[in-house]
Design a protein around this ligand. Structure first.
Ligand SMILES: [Zn+2]
Length: 83
């Protein structure tokens, strides 16, 4: 029972996190190279002190290098849901 609650909480947190990410300007957002934490700190990770970089979402990429992989993943997911 407790585990179920924990999972629900995690899902809600993840959803809030995604909304939070969406609301941010991508130019301000940084991501830690060490632990992958997202932060607005422009110089270092508040969690582990690692260096940060600007994670440009694939949709901002002019030639959308990731579109192919997104399609592949979508097709794979559809295949799995059918079988
Ligand atoms: Zn970190």
């Amino acid at each position: 029972m407790e585990k179920e609650n924990l999972r629900d909480k995690k899902i809600t947190e993840n959803l809030n996190f995604k909304l939070w990410l969406k609301s941010l300007s991508p130019t301000l957002l940084r991501r830690c190279r060490e632990c992958g934490e997202y932060t607005l700190n422009q110089s270092k990770c508040p969690r582990c002190g690692g260096s940060v970089y600007t994670p440009i979402p694939p949709k901002f990429s002019p030639d959308d290098k990731y579109a192919k992989y997104r399609r592949m993943m979508k097709e794979e997911a559809e295949k799995r849901s059918k079988s």
